[in-house]
Design a protein around this ligand. Structure first.
Ligand code: SAM
Ligand code: SF4
Length: 470
C-alpha cells in the first residue's frame, strides 16, 4: 500500500453526519466486474453509502475497470477526465467527491493511475475491495494504492446485501464460485490481474445461494474466470466439482434455473456434460470460448486443446442435451495468424453453429507473452477478418432466433418491458422475450409461445392457462 503526497481532500458530504452519502459505481467488462461492483456497494452500505445512478449526486465515484483489451483500459482514462470535471464542478458548489479506480486496470497499473489521473484518490485491486470502507477513510488524508494480494479471503469480510437490495437487483443473480486463472493463455492478462485460481468452499457458496433464493432470486449464474475448473472444499471434506455444486444448488427452494460462465474447453469433463443431461434446472446453454479454429494458433495461444478436441466436446454435449445452445469467444489477428488459419476458424464456426458469440480483434497486452511476438497482424487485416466472422456469427444467431418462433417454451419473467402492460423474461437459451402479461408474473416461470422476433428480442404470448392463473 502506498500514499503519495498530496493535499488531503475533505471528507465526502455527510461523513459522520446525518445526511446520507451516495456512491456511484460503474462496472466495465465481464460479469465478474458487474458482480464485484454490487459487492462493493454491499461493503459500503454499513458505512452509510446508498447507491445512486446519477454520478453528479455521488460523494463517492467508483470505476470498476477492465484491462482485457487496450480499448477497455483507455476508456477508463477518458472517463476519469470527465470525472475530474465533475469533481471540480461539485467542489465549486462546496461538495467533495472521492474518486476510486478499482478492478483490473487498478491491479495492472497501480500508482501509474495516480500519476495520469489527478482526480483519483484511491486505487484498489480486485482482491482488496472488502477493505473499501477503511481505504476510503484513509484516502481522505492521502491518496492510497492497495493492490497487494491479501492473505485473507475477501468473501469472508463482505457483508451480504439486504433482502430489499437483492430484490431490487432482480430475480436473476450472479454468484462467484471461483476466481483467478492458472491457464496463462499467451494473450491474456487475467492470471496477472486476478491472480491464481482459487475455488470458494461449497458450504459458503450454498449459504450465499440460499440467502439469495430466500430474497426472491430464481436464477443463479455461478461465475468464475475459469468456472468449470471449480474444485472447492465440500461439506464432506472432499473436493467438490462444479457438477456436484450444481446438484446442491438445484435442491435450494426457489432456484428455478442455474447457469454458469466462463468455461474452458480443457475442463469440460464427463461429469459436467452428464449434469446437462440429468439436471433439469441447469439451463441448456453453454458459453465455451474457443478463440481460434486453427491448431497452430491454438498452440501459440497456449490453449492446450485442438479444434477437433473442441468439436468432440460439442458433439458429446449435444448427445447429452440435444437442445443445448452454444456460445463462444473468438480472437482474430493473433500474432502470426494467416488467411489459412482464419479460414480454419470460419470452418469451425460453420461446423458448430452458434446461438450467439463474442468476437474481438487481438489486442497486445503489456506483460503477456504474445505482446512481444514479431509477426503482429496489421490492423486492416484484423478488421477485415472480424467483419467476415461477425457476418457469419450474426447469420447463425438470427437463424437460431428464427427457429424459436412458433415454439412454446418456459420463460422466467425478470422485469417490466419497454411498453406499459409488457414484461420481459428469458428463454432457457438466454433470449429476451417481450410479453403482454401482468406484472404479478415477474419472478415466475411460465410457458410462452414465441410469436415473432425483432433485432434484439423475441415477442411472445402467454399460454392461456398461465394467463388465467396470473
Ligand atoms: N476465461 C475465459 C476463457 O478462457 O476463454 C475468458 C476470459 S476473458 C475475460 C474474455 C475474453 O476476452 C476471452 O475469451 C478472449 O476472447 C478475450 N480476450 C482476452 N484477452 C484478449 C486480448 N489480448 N485481445 C483480444 N481479446 C482478448
Ligand atoms: Fe485468460 Fe486463458 Fe485464463 Fe481464460 S483461460 S482467463 S483466456 S488465461
Amino acid at each position: 500500500m502506498q500514499s503519495p503526497d498530496r493535499p488531503a481532500p475533505t471528507p465526502p458530504a455527510g461523513d459522520g453526519a446525518a445526511a446520507p452519502k451516495k456512491v456511484f459505481i460503474k462496472a466495465y467488462g465481464c460479469q465478474m466486474n458487474v458482480y464485484d461492483a454490487e459487492r462493493m456497494a454491499d461493503a459500503l452500505a454499513p458505512s452509510g453509502y446508498a447507491e445512486t445512478q446519477a454520478i453528479e449526486d455521488a460523494d463517492l465515484v467508483i470505476l470498476n475497470t477492465c484491462h482485457i483489451r487496450e480499448k477497455a483500459a483507455e476508456k477508463v482514462y477518458s472517463e476519469l477526465g470527465r470525472v475530474r470535471e465533475l469533481k471540480q464542478a461539485r467542489a465549486a458548489d462546496g461538495r467533495d467527491t472521492a474518486v476510486v479506480v478499482a478492478g483490473c486496470v487498478a491491479q495492472a497499473e497501480g500508482p501509474e493511475i495516480l500519476r495520469r489521473a489527478p482526480a483519483v484518490d484511491l486505487v484498489v485491486g480486485p482482491q482488496n475491495y472488502h477493505r473499501l470502507p477503511d481505504l476510503v477513510r484513509q484516502a481522505k488524508s492521502a491518496r492510497v494504492v492497495d493492490t497487494e494480494f491479501p492473505v485473507e479471503d475477501k468473501f469472508d469480510h463482505l457483508p451480504r446485501a439486504s433482502r430489499e437490495k437483492v430484490r431490487a437487483r432482480g430475480v436473476s443473480a450472479f454468484l462467484t464460485v471461483q476466481e483467478g486463472c492458472d491457464k496463462f493463455c499467451t494473450f491474456c492478462v487475467v492470471p496477472y490481474t486476478r491472480g491464481a485460481e482459487v475455488s470458494r468452499p461449497a458450504v459458503k457458496i450454498l449459504a450465499d445461494a440460499r440467502a439469495l433464493a430466500a430474497a426472491g432470486v430464481r436464477e443463479l449464474t455461478l461465475i468464475g474466470q475459469n468456472v468449470n475448473a471449480y474444485h472447492g472444499d465440500g461439506p464432506d471434506g472432499g473436493a467438490w466439482t462444479l457438477a456436484k455444486l450444481f446438484e446442491a444448488v438445484a435442491h435450494i427452494d426457489g432456484i428455478a434455473r442455474i447457469r454458469y460462465s466462463t468455461s474452458h474447453p480443457r475442463d469440460m469433463d464427463d461429469e459436467l456434460i452428464a449434469a446437462h443431461r440429468d439436471l433439469p434446472a441447469l439451463a441448456p446453454y453453454l458459453h465455451l470460448p474457443v478463440q481460434s479454429g486453427s491448431d497452430r494458433i491454438l498452440a501459440a495461444m497456449n490453449r492446450k486443446h485442438t479444434a477437433d478436441d473442441y468439436r468432440r466436446i460439442v458433439e458429446r454435449m449435444r448427445a447429452a442435451r440435444p437442445d443445448i445452445a452454444l456460445s463462444s469467444d473468438f480472437i482474430v489477428g493473433f500474432p502470426g495468424e494467416t488467411d489459412a488459419d482464419f479460414e480454419e476458424t470460419m470452418r469451425l464456426v460453420r461446423d458448430v453453429d452458434y446461438a450467439s458469440a463474442f468476437f474481438f480483434k487481438y489486442s497486445a497486452r503489456p506483460g503477456t507473452p504474445a505482446a512481444t511476438l514479431a509477426d503482429q497482424v496489421p490492423e486492416p487485416v484484423k478488421s477485415e477478418r472480424l467483419a467476415a466472422l461477425q457476418t457469419l456469427l450474426d447469420s447463425q444467431r438470427h437463424a437460431f432466433n428464427a427457429a424459436t418462433v412458433g415454439k412454446t417454451t418456459d420463460v422466467l419473467f425478470e422485469r417490466d418491458g419497454r411498453h406499459p402492460g409488457q414484461i420481459v423474461g428469458k428463454t432457457p437459451w438466454l433470449q429476451a422475450v417481450q410479453v403482454d402479461a401482468p406484472r404479478a408474473l415477474i419472478g415466475e416461470v411460465a410457458p410462452v409461445t414465441i410469436t415473432s422476433r425483432g433485432s434484439n428480442s423475441l415477442f411472445g404470448s402467454l399460454v392461456e392457462s398461465s394467463a388465467a392463473a396470473a
